[in-house]
Design a protein. Structure first.
Length: 378
């Protein structure tokens, strides 16, 4: 708790003036403080799962971005969540024209939701499918070519933690993504993305590869918030594929993504987990206009005074009868409403209902909860 208080005290004095870069006298170096505070509350009701109600600081971040010598930039960020302080995005990048080279600790170019800020989600959290079948930050290098109508990015990453404390070969990951924008205008955008990932894990992961996830919330205890869990042993390597689409038209928004994870195993009993989500949104009040963020391949937060109404359906399947592995299936629907007070403060309200099958961690049940958030970003 003391860490949280210290971080917030550091954030607040700079919040009002942190949007502008502070430049050196010769103009060769500039920096900007960045941060966020997510204050969440949740009320839970379920058949048997005991997740618990509560009020939490879901995510507290503090960091800085820098620009120097015309083409260079960098970022370093630390975050506090689930009672742990951890390093977040930390990298250096070189940009010249449409070309970007990046090296450091960050998310690989796979999928959609993992690569953007939590304050830019249309809901309070990413979809369960993204949590279960996505991946975390890794050390690596990547190259990106970003034009108006398409983006191509690829990279190679290590599969160990920052300190590389595991014995034996660390393993590696190759990831790539292609995004096409056949329609890209001020009031309407069509984004179509394809992702691919190949991983040769370290020995410890091959012996026990785990896919798991729970209710989409920061409020519930992380250790108890597990509704789906699949353990895959005797792994040789892992392949992931993903496809997504985003459509913006004035005040209306649609997004859908499908992820498939395939693990090749010794003995031929390979494992496949999969999931898909679709979500829609509509703006009321304000300027009633969605905008596309081409740098991140995402939908930017609407301008102040907009009210956003959103709906999401998510299906995640970790059962694979051919492999003899049953991690459970879950379907969830979420209704949400967001209000953007200004560029810094947003209020969010979500209602979620989850249905699991008999193979899930707690068996067949229905979990319902309401959660609210007040978020500060700068």
């Amino acid at each position: 708790m003391r860490v949280i208080v210290v971080l917030i005290c550091m954030l607040l004095p700079f919040a009002g003036r942190s949007q502008a870069f502070v430049k050196s006298s010769d103009g060769n170096f500039e920096w900007r403080l960045i941060g966020r505070v997510l204050m969440d509350a949740g009320f839970f009701r379920g058949d048997s799962t005991k997740l618990g109600n509560g009020v939490v600081l879901g995510d507290v971040r503090l960091g800085t971005t820098v620009r120097f010598l015309q083409h260079w930039s960098g970022k370093i960020e630390a975050g506090y969540a689930y009672n742990k302080l951890a390093l977040k995005d930390t990298y250096i990048a070189y940009k010249k024209g449409d070309h970007v080279w990046k090296a450091g600790y960050y998310f690989e170019p796979f999928g959609t939701e993992l690569r953007v800020s939590t304050v830019a989600y249309r809901f309070m959290t990413m979809a369960t499918t993204s949590t279960v079948l996505g991946d975390g930050r890794k050390l690596g290098v990547s190259y990106e070519y970003n034009r108006k109508f398409f983006t191509v990015v690829g990279g190679i990453f290590g599969n160990t933690s920052l300190e590389n404390s595991k014995e034996g070969d660390a393993g590696y990951t190759l990831a790539a993504q292609v995004i096409g924008r056949p329609v890209y205008e001020e009031e309407k955008v069509i984004h179509i993305g394809l992702s691919a990932h190949f991983s040769d894990p370290d020995k410890e992961t091959k012996d026990k590869m785990v896919y798991k996830g729970g209710a989409p919330s920061y409020v519930f205890n992380k250790e108890k918030n597990v509704l789906l869990r699949a353990e895959v042993n005797q792994a040789i390597n892992e392949w992931k594929t993903g496809a997504d689409i985003i459509v913006l038209y004035k005040r209306f928004y649609f997004q859908s993504e499908c992820l498939v994870n395939h693990v090749n195993r010794y003995g031929g009993r390979n494992y496949t987990g999969k999931g898909v989500y679709s979500q829609i949104g509509c703006l009321l009040g304000g300027d009633k206009q969605y905008r596309y963020d081409r740098v991140n391949g995402w939908v930017a937060n609407p301008n102040p005074k907009n009210i956003e109404i959103v709906f999401r359906y998510n299906y995640t399947d970790l059962d694979d009868g051919k492999a003899g592995i049953y991690g459970g299936r879950a379907q969830d629907i979420t209704f949400g409403a967001n209000y953007f007070f200004n560029d810094y403060v947003t209020a969010k309200l979500n209602y979620t209902s989850i249905f699991t099958n008999k193979r899930a961690v707690h068996g067949k049940e229905n979990v319902n909860f309401v959660q609210a958030r007040l978020q500060l970003r700068f």
